[in-house]
Design a protein around this ligand. Sequence first.
Ligand SMILES: [Zn+2]
Length: 155
Amino acid sequence: MTPPSLALALAPAPGPAAPRRRVATREQVLMFRLDPRRAVGEDDICCLVCGQILRQLTNTHLRAHGITADEYKRGFGYNRRRPLMCGTLWRLYAVRAVRVGLASRIRSRPILTKPELRRRGGTRAISLEERLTRRDAQSRGRGALVVDLDPIVGD
Ligand SMILES: [Zn+2]
């Protein structure tokens, strides 16, 4: 058996010509708004404005809501650099970026030429996503300690 090729992965998904619209329930959207990380899955991402379930939230989609990607991320508490796409698509783009040497084609690096950007370096707002991730990491640490201290219930 051969591994799936990138070309195959890039091909449009099989199915009917007109893709059917999937929409999350109101309860799901409200739950996702409490923890926006849950709106981003392996195979889809839920728009927290309209509840549509898509592979990525394009600028075109967000423009229909009258907002930019930055405003969307800030508004729902995502990290600034969070890609607004499902995990599968993100990895696909990451592999492609490495293959075509995308990083070497970036000519301008403002952080190197604009000292005012460097001065702002350490100051940034902590997003809801980051706060939730830190909290999870802390409780995982505590959980491991509890497991270590628990007596082993044997047979
Ligand atoms: Zn939407």
